[in-house]
Design a protein around this ligand. Structure first.
Ligand code: PLP
Length: 437
């Protein structure tokens, strides 16, 4: 059977492209129905941190479904939600300790901006509702989170339906290391332009994921951001959906810097890739205010805090802790980047950057001028398709340079990848580049 619209009844995202049917996976390898093996060098969409096919996580879900599959989070608590929150509190810093569980990363970010607004509303600062975000960035695909996201090609069709939140340039150490976007000064200008009494929060990915390509801002940048937000009473929301749960070699990527966000969101790596599970984590001060005013967070969803999704989270976090996989990422960062840096000898490889096991390889037309390929060349798409044929799975992103142009791939393997598999990854990457040139 051909897995392509309209031969199959699946409403695929891409309607004119055939798909391959995967049948099983283990560790960093996925196998398709013809027995072909693929090295999963991106963990899908940077999700499968613990590796594929971890039996103890699978078993915990099966057991939980049999024991207690569903109770509503407003009527009962349950052991998995209590244990998961406690497991997270153990690794969270300061007063950032309280977790609210949801499904996807988009849902978590949508809830996070509502929590920021809810806080200011109950505090009596009712004019504070705007959320400043950055370009490029990605915070999700619901209308509110797409409104926050600096990804022009995703926004184009839905423009009239989006909320017009203010956005500032994200740090860009590769092309514009000294710009106001890269130092953080631009944030204060934007807050003053909007009026500090209207700004509720600034949302950011501390180490930026695929939308900018594993950008690691400077220490000075976050010192400035923390100072500016404190001065103007603006909450900091750290979107750690992609960068969190150990991906960068620390549990949360803000821990590479000197600040603690007021609110943080988690997704992807918290769920082993098994079920949609995400979290909004709040500082105690925010919840104390809600507790002493309205008494609740004005938000709820059918699957919030439910046992099965949280059981997956418990098993995933315990697996990461027991096997010291976050420490492994930090320990292997050197080997990983040393191998990746071999790709710099290719004329189209402009930059290789990142932290831990979150890396990006940026392709350029001209290495000296850093000129990107014209979008019409579809370099990143052609490269990832060819890599797929060669049995290598990467996650591409386009448009980060100016909203249209810019080609990169994320290399973000499971934390369990072996040194031999890292070598195989780079060999297949080189082979694909040679075929492209
Ligand atoms: N935030 C970031 C940083 C992401 O990378 C993503 C997804 O890629 C999201 C939010 C949205 O998460 P989801 O696709 O689970 O809704």
């Amino acid at each position: 059977m051909r897995y392509q619209y309209p031969d199959s009844f699946v409403f695929y995202r891409k309607l004119n492209k055939p798909l391959v049917r995967a049948v099983s996976a283990s560790g960093s390898t996925i196998i398709d129905e013809d027995g072909k093996k693929y090295l999963d060098a991106s963990g899908g969409a940077v999700v499968v941190n613990v590796g594929h096919g971890v039996q103890e996580i699978a078993n915990s879900v099966a057991e939980q479904i049999r024991e207690l599959a569903y109770v509503n989070g407003t009527q009962f608590t349950n052991q998995p939600v209590e244990t998961l929150a406690a497991e997270l509190a153990e690794i969270l810093p300061g007063t950032l300790k309280y977790s609210y569980f949801l499904g996807s990363g988009s849902e978590a970010n949508e809830a996070a901006i509502k929590l920021a607004r809810n806080y200011w509303y109950e505090k009596g600062a009712k004019s504070k509702w705007k959320i400043i975000s950055r370009t490029p960035s990605y915070h999700g695909n619901t209308l509110a989170t797409l409104s926050l996201s600096g990804r022009e090609h995703y926004r184009a069709v839905y423009g009239p339906m989006l909320t017009n939140y203010p956005r500032i340039s994200a740090p860009d150490p590769y092309r514009n290391p000294n710009s106001k976007g890269s130092t953080g000064e631009i944030l204060e200008e934007e807050i003053l332009k909007q009026g500090a009494d209207t700004v509720a929060a600034f949302i950011l990915e501390p180490i930026i994921g695929s939308s900018a390509g594993a950008v690691v801002p400077t220490r000075e940048y976050y010192q400035n951001v923390a100072r500016i937000c404190q001065k103007h009473n603006v909450l900091i929301i750290a979107d750690e959906v992609m960068s969190g749960m150990g991906r960068t070699g620390k549990w949360f990527s803000f821990q590479h810097y000197d600040f603690i966000p007021d609110i943080m969101t988690l997704g992807k790596g918290i769920n082993g890739g098994i079920v949609p599970l995400s979290a909004v984590v709040s500082k105690k001060e925010i919840l104390d205010l809600l507790a002493s005013t309205s008494g609740y967070f004005n938000h709820a969803q059918t699957y919030s805090h439910t046992p099965v999704i949280c059981a997956v989270g418990v098993a995933t976090v315990q697996h990461l802790k027991k096997n010291r996989l976050v420490e492994r990422v930090a320990d292997m960062e050197g080997v990983f980047f040393e191998k990746l840096n071999e790709l710099r000898s290719f004329p189209v490889v402009g930059d290789i950057r990142g932290k831990g096991f979150m890396a990006a390889v940026e392709f350029v037309k001209n290495k000296d001028t850093k000129e990107p390929f014209a979008r019409s060349e579809k370099f990143a798409e052609k490269f990832t398709e060819l890599a797929f044929k060669n049995g290598l799975i990467l996650w591409s992103n386009v448009g980060h340079v100016d909203g249209t142009n810019g080609d990169l791939v994320m290399v973000s393997p499971p934390f369990t990848i072996s040194v031999e598999e890292i070598s195989e990854l780079v060999t297949k990457f080189k082979q694909t580049l040679e075929q492209m040139l």
